[in-house]
Design a protein around this ligand. Sequence first.
Ligand SMILES: [Zn+2]
Ligand SMILES: [Zn+2]
Length: 548
Amino acid sequence: MEIIPVPRRSLADFVAGKLAASILNGAIPTGSQLPPERELMKQLAVSRSTVREALKVLGDNHIIDARQGVGWFVRKIDQSNFARARELAQTEREEAPPLSRPASSDIPTGPRRLPVAPEKPLRIPNLRTDRLGTFDFISWWERKRVEEAKILIVGAGALGNEVIKNLALMGAGNLFILDFDTIEAANLSRSPLFRESDEGRRKAEVAAARVKELNPNIHVQYHHGDVTTQLGLGVVRRMDVIIGCLDNREARLALNRFAYWMKKPWVDGAIQELLGLVRVFIPGQGACFECTLNEQARRDLAVRYSCPLLARQNILLGKVPTTPTIASIIGAMQSQEALKLLHNMPVEPGKVVHFNGMINEMHTTSYNPRDDCESHWTYGEITELPASVHSTTLSDLLRIAAAELGPDTIIELDQELILSLKCSSCHTVEQILKPISEVSFESAHCPICGVMRETEMTHAITGSEPFLNRTLASVGVPPLHILRAFNAQEYRFYEMTGDLPEALHFSDFEESPPVRKDEIRQRIRLGETIRQEEIRINPARGKVILRD
Ligand SMILES: [Zn+2]
Ligand SMILES: [Zn+2]
């Protein structure tokens, strides 16, 4: 009996296989020059002799060519060398000798660097059954990252439609769509996800439903609400990337602060007529959105804040003329930036890309970060409370916070609470006790004499208020929000984690019926366990650290 020796593959064969796989999947394009030996040593974490041996294997198999004094170049892959290249690439898949994986930070990221993806396995997709199959040939696209991505899209107008559509087509696995608006006829000219029969329906809901049809493999969730007041920070905290498809400064400013507080990157887009811009903001890396505001913009905001009800009214009425073409261009760029962020590819945070469709000119400019920018603040350790905003009262939360911070603890609300409206003409006072988002501009006028009344409002709960028995939800705290407690020296952060099943599930329009929201609420109420004693017994209970 003849015993056939099992061929032992060397580390050099394995490295050659990795390079062959990258050549086959297009990560290293035909005709391009391979990175220098030094670079390959670093990327593949092997010695110079191994790299040389591997290059020789590829050269001997006519997959690469040496050019004297220049380096190695990738040959055209055709009938003559394809079989051998594939065979080598198989080696890479079958047996990986113990080899220290290069850290992802070692992979070159400069814009002119050859896109080598040594860790990307060769995958032959079935293009008949796999809707994302062709993306496997893209050098940088990583199926798992994209499928597991959690992306928040704020605004489902013209830009939002484009972004949501693109992300769904690319297979982005989990989309959370937020918008407070409803569909009207004028939206139909630039929103591919909307139909005439949708008029009057909620934009977020329709966009989510349509995009689920477009790609049933993704998971979606919509929320009909306003980003400035109705987005729980716990939602922001659990996202990988945020995309702002907004049309006003106030909403951008709110989103910018939330993203900064939660250390999340966000991609802003703006369009007007044939002009557009795209900006990536990463907390701590260059300018943030608020840094970009000039003095005039700051003054405008200050004026608006001095009459918050009017500001809200103006935002609701704000309309910017746009075309579906510029929305496609800018929405596509935003989607690409988001995908780059998901893949840890280089982006340019704190810069703006302007696109002028009138003359087809594109240019990038940097913003200067401002030292005095009020958005530059990130939350520390967050305590997860097994409690819901629907059943937790202001006094419950004050008690929990005071157990850690002492008797001088206050709760800072993110939304102004309107206490009363006072008429300076007829001197009548109306008690309101509603969050500003629930008070209309019209109702601020005196019903007797019609003049605009003075608003008495607060955002600090000190413990002396007569309404401490009110639930957090009733004073405008959104589900899964993270509240701040302060004792004039330090902050503590409390997340209403009991709202998680209701506030973040990515399961709208799934075939299996989602759990009814009121059932979840009921369960949380029954299982309510926030007691001061428990917090004292184990102060670390439920605490989580935000990842950097
Ligand atoms: Zn800033
Ligand atoms: Zn009056």
